[in-house]
Design a protein around this ligand. Structure first.
Ligand SMILES: [Zn+2]
Length: 204
């Protein structure tokens, strides 16, 4: 190893937590200013023909993954006798879809989040996956969705997708498709935002 001073992007090494010397001579440094991160030694296990760390093997692929199997996910969703929004947020079925993107995808598909996944047709479930994928892709293009000034890119900018939201946070505002006043209801300790006309609620 060289005795060279190792620095992070901010020009100091005070946040350097771990320095590992690899067998090929490279040095791997773990710089973690906010101490949210951690390292673990994890065996690799095979999932769908690829090796992944065992501790994340239960997490399903996200729709932007080249190996994402849309038809298989549609079948898994169709088999779930629970609310469709709960299924969208279930990382063992599909990953990458958080509360905001679930609300956006459901609005685009004109499906209420409390409808049963098993009661939706396979084409409708496929369209919902496609809508979620489009939302994620558009959000990525705009730098993500950030409401917190702490979460910024390397240029200090927040994500701009929050300005493009059609459902999330728009309760009290007119639906951009039909003009009906949007509503919010509690769901899984979060908020669900929907148009009561475009996304009719299922009977309780
Ligand atoms: Zn509407």
């Amino acid at each position: 190893m060289s005795g060279q001073m190792l620095v992070d992007g901010s020009g100091n090494e005070s946040h350097l937590r771990i320095r590992a010397a690899l067998s090929d001579g490279a040095v791997l440094r773990f710089v973690d200013q906010r101490t949210f991160g951690s390292w673990a030694v994890d065996p690799l296990v095979e999932v769908s023909g690829t090796l992944v760390p065992e501790s994340v093997a239960h997490i399903a692929r996200d729709p932007l993954d080249p190996l994402f199997d849309r038809d298989a996910v549609v079948r898994r969703m169709k088999a779930k006798d629970t609310e469709i929004k709960r299924v969208l947020l279930d990382q063992t079925v599909i990953s990458g879809v958080g509360n905001i993107y679930a609300d956006e995808a459901l609005w685009r598909s004109q499906v209420h989040g409390r409808r049963r996944a098993s009661a939706l047709t396979k084409p409708a479930l496929g369209r919902l996956i496609d809508d979620a994928t489009d939302v994620m892709r558009q959000a990525l293009d705009q730098g993500g969705t950030s409401f917190d000034s702490l979460y910024v890119n390397v240029n200090g900018q927040s994500g701009y997708f929050s300005r493009s939201l059609d459902a999330y946070g728009r309760d009290g505002d007119p639906c951009r498709r039909c003009g009906t006043i949007m509503r919010r209801e509690s769901f899984m300790n979060r908020g669900s935002h929907f148009c009561p006309k475009c996304q009719p609620q299922p009977r309780r």
